[in-house]
Ligand binder design. Structure first.
Ligand code: ADP
Ligand code: MG
Ligand code: MG
Length: 252
C-alpha cells in the first residue's frame, strides 16, 4: 500500500528527514515513536504534500502510484488522510458543508455516486454519535473555537466519513485527556479493516494500550532507527530514548 524509500526532505534549508524507509501493507497499523524534533510530524506533512516541505531524495508510492508527483488534493483523493495536529479554522463554512463536499469529492474519486443531503446527514449523525459530539456541532464553522478535545473528535469524525485507505494520526503534542484518547482509539479500532492502514504517531505508550499496533518504529534524527512489534513501545516507555545517545537526548 505505502512504500517509502530513502526519503530525504528539508524545511527552510534544514534537512529533517535523512533516509527514511517504511513499508506498510493493507490492514496494518504502524506506530511511530521517537524523541521530540525527530521528524515525526514532518513525515506526515511531507506525505500530505504540505507547502514548504521539500523532498530532496527518495521515493514514495501509494497504491502503486508515485505520491510525490501528486498535488495535496490528489493525494487525499487517492485515499490519504492526515489528521492535522493543528487544523486550520475556516470561519463562515459550516462543518457540515465542508464535510459533505469533502466526502462527495472522495466518492467521485472512487467512482461512487455523490451522497444526497439526506444521506449525508444520516451518516454524519452516526459519526457524531460515535465520537461523542453533539449534533449541533455540524452547524458550527470548521474548527471555529473548537477545544482541543473537540478538534480531536472532529478529526476522527472526518476520518470515519471520508473512508480513506491510509490514515496518519499525529498525537505527539496534543496532550489528550483520557476521554479524547479513548475516542481516537475507538475511532481507529472501529475503522480497522483489511483494506485500510494506519500510521499512528505518538509520544506515549498509553495510546498503544488501546490501539494495538502491528509494528512499532522508532524515528530518530530523520530515520527509522529501530522497528519491532508492540513490545518495543513498552521498552521505550521503560527505558526512554537514552540508548539513542547523548546527541539525541539533547534535542529531546
Ligand atoms: P517531531 O514531530 O518528531 O517532534 P518535527 O517533525 O515537528 O518533529 O520537527 C523536526 C525538526 O524540524 C525540528 O527540529 C523542527 O524544529 C524542525 N522543523 C519542523 N518544521 C519546521 C519549519 N516549518 N521550519 C523550520 N524548522 C522546522
Ligand atoms: Mg514535536
Ligand atoms: Mg510532532
Amino acid at each position: 500500500m505505502l512504500k517509502i524509500q530513502n526519503l530525504h526532505a528539508k524545511v527552510e534549508d534544514k534537512t529533517i528527514l535523512k533516509g527514511l524507509s517504511l513499508d506498510i501493507k493493507p490492514g496494518e497499523v504502524h506506530a511511530i515513536m521517537g524523541p521530540n524534533g525527530a521528524g515525526k510530524s514532518t513525515l506526515g506533512y511531507v506525505l500530505s504534500g504540505r507547502d514548504g516541505y521539500e523532498v530532496t531524495d527518495g521515493q514514495v508510492e501509494l497504491n502503486g502510484q508515485d505520491l510525490l508527483e501528486q498535488e495535496t488534493e490528489e493525494r487525499a483523493r487517492a485515499g490519504l488522510f492526515l489528521a492535522f495536529q493543528y487544523p486550520v479554522e475556516i470561519p463562515g463554512v459550516s462543518n457540515m458543508e465542508f464535510m459533505k463536499e469533502s466526502v462527495n469529492a472522495m466518492r467521485e474519486a472512487r467512482g461512487q455516486e455523490p451522497l444526497s443531503a439526506a444521506e449525508f446527514l444520516k451518516k454524519a449523525k452516526e459519526a457524531c454519535k460515535q465520537v461523542h459530539l453533539p449534533l449541533d456541532f455540524l452547524k458550527r464553522g470548521v474548527n471555529e473555537g473548537f477545544s482541543g478535545g473537540e478538534k480531536k473528535r472532529n478529526e476522527i469524525m472526518q476520518m470515519i466519513l471520508l473512508e480513506p485507505t491510509l490514515c496518519i494520526l499525529d498525537e505527539s503534542d496534543s496532550g489528550l485527556d483520557i476521554d479524547a484518547l479513548q475516542v481516537v482509539a475507538d475511532g481507529v479500532n472501529s475503522q480497522r479493516s483489511p483494506e485500510r492502514s494506519f500510521i499512528v504517531v505518538t509520544h506515549y505508550q498509553r495510546l498503544l494500550d488501546y490501539i494495538k499496533p502491528d509494528f512499532v518504529h522508532i524515528l530518530a534524527d530523520g530515520k527509522i532507527v529501530k522497528s519491532g512489534d508492540a513490545s518495543l513501545a513498552l521498552e521505550v516507555e521503560k527505558e526512554g530514548y537514552a540508548w539513542l545517545g547523548e546527541a539525541q537526548e539533547a534535542g529531546a
